[in-house]
Design a binder for this molecule. Structure first.
Ligand SMILES: C[S@@+](CC[C@H](N)C(=O)[O-])C[C@H]1O[C@@H](n2cnc3c(N)ncnc32)[C@H](O)[C@@H]1O
Length: 353
């Protein structure tokens, strides 16, 4: 199998461009590579149906190639359905149903027609999946971010809504399943579905076998700052980074400082399970003071106003200059990356009283 990332990165952007630009992009990437991506998104279809994709006068047949029920579509329309924003993305769609002369039993005839509808719908809804609520996706795809152990998806919905239809690049530390290579991946599948134009990367200390058309897994240790910096240079910049890994307080801080520079301006760095900041066995303290993950995040709140406590035109540290907002909810925080460069109040006002 070929590495889909470079082709996907270009295709995800081109899907919302004009038709000429998308056609040119498909030519450059090659119709075969683009077709492989489309078929990976459709996945397994349990119906007797053939899919014919055409581009530049060439047609290729897929799924059940001997089936009499045939869906025909241009390759460009398939891409626009998957990654574009059109309401009606398939002007080229045509369906040819199998000849069915047997009308001796009308009930059976209607039953067969219904089966045709289900088969066509299975393919088309894979080509343009309905937008689902993140909590339902979490439960359906096996993440514990809603209803299982945590109640996080309501907060994710609020902070991620503006990014949902963007071609985001996401990294989550902690794939799930701990030392079992075949377990985990619930949240990666959930993000892949939520961000239908997103490239989803998962990092875990255990090698993992999670697959998906837009999922990449990486093995590594979140307490290794040099490794994280290399990862950021190779696969970033990221629009979203989520730390749902070991939740040890020193790991959370090492990862933040190594990876925050690899978040794109306007992006978000999320830290989950902050309860461990209050638990001594996890490197926390009941006051969640300096040295804990919450201590680090609380210091960023003062960093937002750093210009008020030193030279009003002073620069401040990297995080002070690049955090533009922080939101705290129960056990989870969202750090917004953006320029924090406003000047502080003038010197005379500080000493007025
Ligand atoms: C809570 S699970 C992740 C759950 C997943 N994000 C979800 O919502 O479905 C935590 C994962 O972090 C991984 N982990 C633990 N220590 C780590 C480390 N030092 N570096 C990277 N991953 C680590 C574990 O192997 C485990 O699979």
């Amino acid at each position: 199998m070929f590495d889909r990332r470079p082709v996907l990165t270009t295709l995800l952007q081109a899907a919302t461009a004009g038709r000429d630009l998308l056609d040119d992009t498909i030519r450059k990437l090659t119709p075969a590579a683009v077709t492989e991506i489309v078929l990976a998104e459709i996945g397994k279809v349990e119906h007797d149906v053939r899919l014919d994709l055409h581009f530049d006068g060439e047609t290729t047949s897929h799924l059940q190639t001997a089936a009499e029920l045939v869906i025909t579509l241009s390759l460009a329309d398939a891409v626009r359905g998957l990654y574009g924003t059109d309401e009606r993305p398939w002007p080229s769609l045509a369906v040819r149903t199998p000849a069915d002369e047997d009308t001796t039993d009308p009930r059976a005839w209607f039953g067969r027609r219904h089966g045709i509808g289900q088969a066509v719908d299975a393919v088309l809804s894979a080509l343009k999946p309905a937008e689902a609520d993140l909590g339902s996706l979490s439960v359906a795809l096996g993440s514990d971010k809603w209803g299982d152990l945590h109640w996080y998806t309501q907060h994710y919905e609020r902070h991620f809504a503006r990014l949902r239809t963007e071609p985001v690049r996401l990294l989550e530390i902690g794939i799930g399943g701990y030392d079992d290579p075949d377990r985990g991946g619930g949240s990666l599948r959930m993000w892949q579905r939520y961000f239908r134009r997103g490239l989803v990367h998962g990092l875990d200390i255990t090698p993992k076998t999670v697959t998906g058309p837009r999922i990449t897994t990486i093995q590594g240790d979140q307490s290794d700052a040099e490794f994280l910096d290399r990862l950021g240079r190779e696969l970033g910049p990221f629009d979203v980074i989520i730390d749902d890994g070991s939740h040890l307080n020193d790991h959370v801080q090492i990862s933040f400082h190594a990876l925050f520079p690899h978040v794109r301006p306007g992006g978000l760095y999320v830290v989950e399970d902050l309860q461990t900041a209050y638990w001594p066995r996890w490197g926390g303290h009941p006051s969640a003071a300096d040295g804990t993950s919450m201590g680090m995040l609380k210091s960023f709140v003062d960093g937002l106003n750093q210009a008020e406590v030193r030279d009003p035109r002073g620069e401040g540290s990297y995080v002070e200059r690049n955090i533009s907002g922080i939101s705290f909810h129960h056990n989870i925080a969202f750090v917004e990356k953006g320029l924090n460069a406003e000047e502080g109040g003038p010197e005379f006002l500080r000493t007025l009283f």
